[in-house]
Write a protein that binds this ligand. Structure first.
Ligand code: FES
Ligand code: FES
Length: 171
């Protein structure tokens, strides 16, 4: 019988700033790696068929549905999950805005929506409403009707851009 270790692949990933070298099955989804190996269960699985976006994480800064990619396909990648975004008492501006603007109800979609929003605002801190709605194309929320999500993302963008703009003004 074949030694099962022969079918493992070695891959080095940086997850939420922590570098890890892992021996993983070649068919392991990134979502399974994050949830089952690292216990980062903030990455939710809503459909497993690349439709809902609840599993969205950042891969080298881009929002990626983690149920659509194998962990061993990402050697050297930087992965950011919702667990690395903020913590109680030190929330990310997008998390602060979601709380202030009531941009979640059941919260199931929220990790994926937050990561999508962070990627969007990193690219464009002042997105138009249309750009925000386009950016949310890949994530489905069954509760909110999206209105408060769009508002929160716009407010978060303004908050994230403000210190930079102040320092540019001062300079
Ligand atoms: S669980 Fe990945 S898109 Fe739905
Ligand atoms: S808040 Fe319930 S699915 Fe989005």
């Amino acid at each position: 019988m074949m030694d099962p270790s022969h079918s493992q692949h070695t891959v080095t990933l940086t997850v939420n700033g922590q570098r890890r070298t892992e021996s993983l099955p070649p068919n392991l989804l990134l979502s399974e790696y994050l949830r089952d190996y690292l216990r980062l269960t903030g990455t939710h699985i809503g459909c497993d068929t690349s439709q809902c976006g609840a599993c969205t994480v950042l891969v080298n800064g881009d929002p990626i549905k983690s149920c659509t990619v194998l962990a061993v396909q990402l050697p050297g990648a930087a992965i950011d999950t919702v667990e690395g975004l903020g913590r109680p008492g030190a929330l990310h501006p997008v998390q602060e805005a979601f709380r202030a603007d009531h941009a979640l109800q059941c919260g199931f979609c929220t990790p994926g929506v937050l990561m999508t929003a962070v990627a969007l605002l990193n690219r464009d801190p002042h997105p138009t409403e249309a750009a925000i709605r386009r950016g949310l194309d890949g994530v489905i929320c069954r509760c909110t009707g999206y209105e408060n999500i769009v508002t929160a993302i716009a407010h978060a963008g303004a908050r994230m851009a403000a210190p930079q703009e102040v320092s540019q003004h001062v300079d």
